[in-house]
Every structure is written in C-alpha cells, then in structure tokens.
Design a protein around this ligand. Structure first.
Ligand code: SUO
Length: 445
C-alpha cells in the first residue's frame, strides 16, 4: 500500500496586511505598517502549490478565515452596522482592528498538529487545531480552523478531530510548527518530535527572557495524549531559550525534518545531545541523517533572516529529497553557500528549489509556515474532500478567483473601508463553493 505525505497550504486571504502584531517575530515587527499586496501574496502561494503539484506531490488547499472578525469586534463592545463597527474600532482601537483583519491563517503549519494513522493507537489520522493563545490575532482562529479541517477531512472512519486545547498561555499550542515526524516510509510507524519553548506549570525551568515562548510542554503532552501516541513514538525536546530571544518564535524557524532526515541548527535545542540520543534509540536501526548546521556556517541571525530551516523537505516520487526554500536563502551569501555545499554531501537531499513568497516572508512566514503536512494512506487520501486537492484546473480556477476578488494594495487606512468587508465576504462565499466546504464561515450561518 502506498502512503504519501500531502502538503495542505493556506490560501492567503483577501485582507493580508502588515500590522506588526507578533512580538518576538522580527519580520512582523519590522514590517509593521508596510503596504501589503494581497493579490500578489495569494498568487505567490498558489504558484508554490502548483509547482509542488507539478513535481508529482499531493498538494491540498485550506481556505482562509473570515476577516475582519466582526463578531469579535462586537463582542468587545463595538456596535451598530458593519461600517459603524469598523469606524469606531478604527478610531478607538486601531491595533485591535488590525488584529481583526489579520490574514494570519495562511500559515497553516500553525493551524493544527496532525498525527498519521500509522502512529496512533486507533489507526486514525488525528487533528488538533492549535489554540494560538499567545497572540490575540491568532487566538481567534481555532474554531473556524476546526470547521475547515472537518470539511476537508470529513470521513470519521479515517479522521479524528479534537477540540483545541484550553485557552490559556500555560497550554499555549502553535500546532505543527513545533512538531516534526521522523519515519522510514510514510506508512511506517514514525517518531513524533514535540518541541516546546517552556514549561507552563513549572516556572523553575529555563525559559526565554526577552520574547515569549509560545508552546508549552504541557500543551505538547496533551496533544500527544489526544492523538493516542505512546512513549515509544514521541520525543519531547526543549527549544533553546536563547534562540527564542533572537527571534526564533517557532521551532520550524530553526529545524525541520522529513522521513529519516533531521535538519537543524547547532543552537536549536537546549540539550541537543540527549535529544539526539533519545531519537536514535527510539528510531531503531535504520539509517538516520542528522544534518546539523554550525553557527560558524550560518549564524542564528542569518537563519532567522533567510528562513533556511523554514524550508520544506520533500520526498519526490523518485525517492530523492528536495528542499523548497524562499528566495531569501539565495540572496543570503552564507546560506546560499551552505545550501550549495549541502547538495555535495552524502545526504538524501539532492535538489533545492527557490520560491518567491516575499509577501508572506515579510510577516515572518516562510514556505514551511504556509503548509500543514498530512501523511495519508491511499484509502485516506481517497477520503479527503477532492475539491481541496490541487490540480491544473483547480489552480486555474483559484487563480482566476484571486484575480477577480483581490486588491493589490492594502494600507492601515483601508481597514476602515466597509467595501473591503463586502468584497471579502463575496470572495469567501465563492471560495466555499470552489472548495465545496459548506457553510464554514460565521457570515454564512
Ligand atoms: N508560522 C509563521 C507565523 C507568522 C505569524 N505572523 C503574523 O501573525 C504577523 C501578522 C502581522 O504582523 O501582521 C506569527 O507570528 O504567528
């Protein structure tokens, strides 16, 4: 039986903007108030999806959230018509209005944690939407994310969906951005690595000083319990607090894995040696490639700027691995030299492909942030909502949809424009038909 690993990318929503909402995410903070281009952002994302489809990969699409979140604005006391709500929020609470508009659900690595059926005791694929409590603009995502995931993976004989974890920072959960699975073939039982930034209930443990650790150990453990994993197929690893303080707000900014490859920076983890020893012991006998990048090769600062580790490592149909990197990696001399040298080494990684995802990068989201990985058997793949899978015709349809509905320029001032709400709702309403999702959005219910 053939198993594959699909990538489900988040479609960039029509209100993509630069609001500087993520303290601890250097790109988000430094591009605050820059002018965004939602149309180009969505097209960049679609081009990456299409390219992976053309490489023979299984590529899916996840719909964005309804934004602005007018229900949230009403819940905190802004009243009247939609236009009045926007106007009052723009005047009295512009930062909250920007949060209500964020297209941050494009980064589907944070949508959920997914465990494939080969690893879970009940042989189902498990999904837990991330609560994203550390950032207000993201904490308003999980409910609709859960609906979109259920509409995409509806068949309950294959797919198990859980509620997001309790909404408190001690259970802070950022989903698959802090989760990597190692395995031989995708259908074999694998080893799930849960990387956390701090302990939620034991303040005597090491923690960053400057920037927040968004993921707690207790949250990671809760997800593993829900997904029916055991000690033999999980490893918990604490992220190095010093790198969080240098802008590594998710582990996928400093480490990424695929099958028998773990690609990580020397400073990524707090206790690297013991983590690697545990991985080796639990992974079993077959070959494992630890590709460690030294600080002398690529500094943490260059890793954060270029997103060298926020790359996707794909296993191509040929069996060779390819890295999907942002063009920022080609523009950074140390990183580009490193990647060229990596291809000369004796690892499964044989190719590097560069993609322009600048609109997302400027908010701190690279190629890997934009995708949620779902390993599937043939039967499970057949049970996925077929309308959410990329094809030549789906690409053409979605591209035309973006061209029709999206603006190519959005400033902070534009967020008070009630016409933007109308446009977004029209676009999303049509999208739910294109992806055959049913009524997932509040305005449709
Ligand atoms: N995995 C990448 C996530 C990037 C995301 N950026 C943001 O939300 C920035 C939004 C803004 O500043 O407009 C975050 O930090 O969670």
């Amino acid at each position: 039986m053939k198993h594959i690993e699909a990538n489900f990318d988040g479609l960039v929503g029509p209100t993509h903007n630069y609001a500087g909402l993520s303290f601890g995410n250097v790109a988000s903070q430094s591009n605050a108030a820059a002018i965004s281009n939602p149309k180009s952002a969505a097209l960049q994302g679609l081009a990456k999806m299409k390219a992976l489809h053309d490489m023979g990969m299984t590529q899916g699409v996840l719909a964005p959230q309804q934004r602005p979140d007018l229900n949230m604005l009403r819940r905190i006391g802004f009243s009247g018509s939609d236009a009045q709500v926007l106007d009052k929020a723009y005047r009295d609470a512009p930062a909250i209005l920007r949060a209500a508009y964020s297209a941050s659900s494009m980064w589907t690595a944070n949508a959920a944690t997914v465990s494939p059926s080969a690893d879970s005791a009940d042989n189902k694929v498990h999904f837990t939407p991330a609560n994203l409590v550390n950032k207000f603009h993201r904490s308003i995502e999980p409910e609709v994310t859960g609906r979109i995931l259920r509409a995409t993976f509806a068949d309950t004989s294959h797919f198990a969906h859980h509620q997001h974890l309790p909404e408190h920072d001690q259970f802070g959960d950022e989903g698959a951005a802090n989760h990597t699975r190692l395995c031989r073939q995708y259908g074999d039982e694998g080893l799930q690595l849960f990387v956390y930034g701090r302990y939620g209930f034991d303040l005597s443990k090491p923690a960053p000083q400057r920037y927040p650790a968004r993921q707690t150990r207790e949250a990671s453990e809760a997800v593993a319990r829900l997904h029916q994993l055991g000690e033999h197929n999980t490893v918990y690893i604490q992220q190095n607090p010093d790198v969080i303080d240098q802008g590594v707000f998710h582990n996928d900014v400093i480490a990424v894995g695929n099958q028998n490859v773990l690609f990580y920076h020397q400073q990524a983890f707090l206790n690297t040696e013991s983590a690697l020893a545990e991985i080796r012991a639990k992974f079993g006998d077959s070959p494992l490639h630890f590709i460690e990048v030294g600080t002398d090769q690529v500094s943490v600062q260059d890793a954060v700027k270029s997103y060298l580790f926020n790359t996707q490592i794909l296993t191509l149909p040929s069996g060779e691995m390819a890295i999907i990197a942002p063009t920022e990696c080609r523009e950074n001399p140390a990183v580009y030299a490193y990647l060229n040298q990596l291809l000369e080494q004796n690892t499964p990684i044989r190719h590097v492909h560069y993609f322009d995802v600048k609109q997302s990068m400027q908010n701190g989201g690279g190629p890997a942030c934009l995708r949620l990985r779902v390993a599937l058997s043939e039967q499970e793949k057949a049970a996925v909502n077929p309308h959410s899978l990329m094809s030549d015709s789906k690409y053409a349809e979605l591209t035309a949809w973006v061209e029709k509905h999206y603006r190519d320029r959005l400033t902070a001032e534009d967020l008070r424009d009630p016409q933007l709400v109308v446009e977004s709702h029209q676009a999303l309403d049509q999208l739910t038909q294109i992806l055959n999702l049913g009524s997932v959005y509040p305005f449709q219910r």
